[in-house]
Ligand binder design. Structure first.
Ligand code: EPZ
Length: 413
């Protein structure tokens, strides 16, 4: 790819990866089929659908619509090679228990951004009476005495909150989750469960109540748009001095990001379903960015904001509070000429006039997207290797950017 083009144009967002993945897991719960509209064509979604198929379901994705038939669900054991495929496979633990009252999984293992422990998932399920024995990396769950109850999370884990919501959906009585995650994707899971006849309320607040029902029925559902893909595209417009309009987006989901981009000198206009960003010739540094659980600044947008701060005027401080190893993109940004100092989870970026094109490597999903953003306004040619990592969360990112005027091609290495 070659930098220097101002991105201009309009993009319609699709369903959010981090809403679709738990919704796919929850599609195990109903006695009936489910249809997910606006389902993005991304690797993690197809990987999750593949796991559902191995468990006995039928999944078919066509032109943005995923159909799931779960009548064939037989297996409560998730073999190691499936658990390891994607970390989000752990989201299946709750629904398998909810439906079959037993489950065997293995540790999904860490990934590029951290160890990704699942202690909070297991703590939440134990609070619902699940007997859990861990032996040699395999987790045996016996849910025959499962019952509703109170679950308190020391940390508002997104996945652990979703797992408990799904495990409790068919449990007689009311399960209350205290200090759960409050991300928009949690509310979306609540709305999906309720579309299937569930009785969940309070998602988005510190207290979620799940009133178990006898059974759930199938449903057709359109997940919320992808606020992280949206934020990434706004950063692409911002770093190239361009102007981009996003449609099918919920502006309030993007507030932490659009507020930072305004701080950097962008003008952002928002109305229901659309966001328009116009960028200045050169961005100003934001003073400090700290990632936090929602409604704080989203950790999934940290790498992208760090990348565009490299050529902003002034010094920016970024603190990654959520994951312990989510600054791997700094090394390659420095190879492109960025001036960044890292100490622990803190990066201090001194803006330079220009980066130069370079052959760099994506180390994780959002870090890879960040390198593409940096290359969009770097001088000369760049190659971002390991694009498959980017495909985990972005549907044909190179085509989207090309349609906005970027000089970018996918090449087979
Ligand atoms: C979800 O991961 C998202 N993934 C992540 O998006 C996102 O970064 C994260 O939430 C935070 O918003 C999906 O929704 C599929 P957590 P999740 O449990 O559920 C620690 C992306 O780029 N923790 O809220 O795994 C954990 O180590 C991906 O789209 C425990 O200690 O996130 C981390 O430090 C990356 N014990 C912190 O909590 C546990 O049992 C946040 O993790 C669980 C988590």
């Amino acid at each position: 790819m070659r930098g220097g083009e101002k991105l201009q144009g309009q993009v319609r967002l699709e369903g959010a990866k981090n809403a679709v993945l738990p919704i796919l897991a929850a599609s195990l719960l109903p006695q009936g089929d489910t249809v997910i509209r606006d389902c993005p064509d991304i690797r993690d979604v197809h990987a999750m659908a593949g796991i559902l198929q191995k468990l006995g379901c039928r999944c078919q994705w066509e032109k943005g619509v995923m159909r799931i038939e779960n009548g064939g669900l037989r297996h409560w054991e998730m073999p190691d090679e499936l658990s390891k495929q994607i970390r989000s496979s752990i989201f299946l633990l709750g629904p398998i228990l909810g439906r079959l009252r037993r489950a065997t999984v293995t540790y999904p293992g860490g990934c590029e951004i951290g160890l990704r422990p699942i202690d909070l998932h297991l703590k939440g399920l134990r609070a619902l009476g699940v007997k859990i024995v861990e032996d040699g990396g395999v987790i045996y769950c016996d849910g025959k005495n499962m019952r509703s109850g109170d679950v308190y999370f020391d940390y508002p884990s997104v996945g652990a909150t979703e797992n408990v919501m799904m495990a409790a959906a068919l449990l007689p009585g009311v399960t209350t989750i205290h200090h759960g995650a409050r991300e928009p994707e949690i509310e979306d899971l609540q709305n999906f469960l309720n579309a299937m006849g569930g009785k969940v309320r309070g998602a988005g607040t510190q207290r979620i109540e799940v009133e178990g029902v006898e059974k759930l029925h199938g449903a057709a559902y359109a997940p919320i748009p992808d606020r992280i893909a949206a934020g990434t595209l706004l950063c692409a417009a911002a770093v190239t001095g361009g102007e981009v309009e996003l449609t099918n987006i919920r502006p309030w989901d993007l507030i932490p990001v659009t507020e930072k981009l305004k701080e950097m000198g962008c003008s952002v206009s928002e109305e229901y379903g659309r966001v328009l960003l116009s960028a200045p010739g050169r961005l100003r540094a934001f003073s400090c960015l700290q990632t936090q659980p929602h409604p704080g600044f989203p950790t999934d947008m940290q790498a992208q904001m760090l990348a565009i701060s490299c050529t902003a005027e002034g010094t920016s401080v970024i603190v990654e509070n959520v994951f312990e190893n989510r600054l791997a993109h700094v090394a390659d940004l420095c190879r492109m000429g960025a001036e960044i100092r890292v100490s622990g989870r803190t990066a201090v970026v001194t803006g330079v006039e220009k980066l130069h094109g370079m052959h760099v490597t994506a180390r994780d999903l959002r870090g890879g997207a960040a390198l593409v953003l940096a290359a969009l306004n770097a001088q000369g040619e760049s190659v971002v290797e390991n694009a498959a990592l980017i495909d985990r969360g972005y549907s044909h990112l190179e085509n989207t950017l090309k349609n906005l005027g970027a000089q970018i091609e996918r090449i087979e290495m």
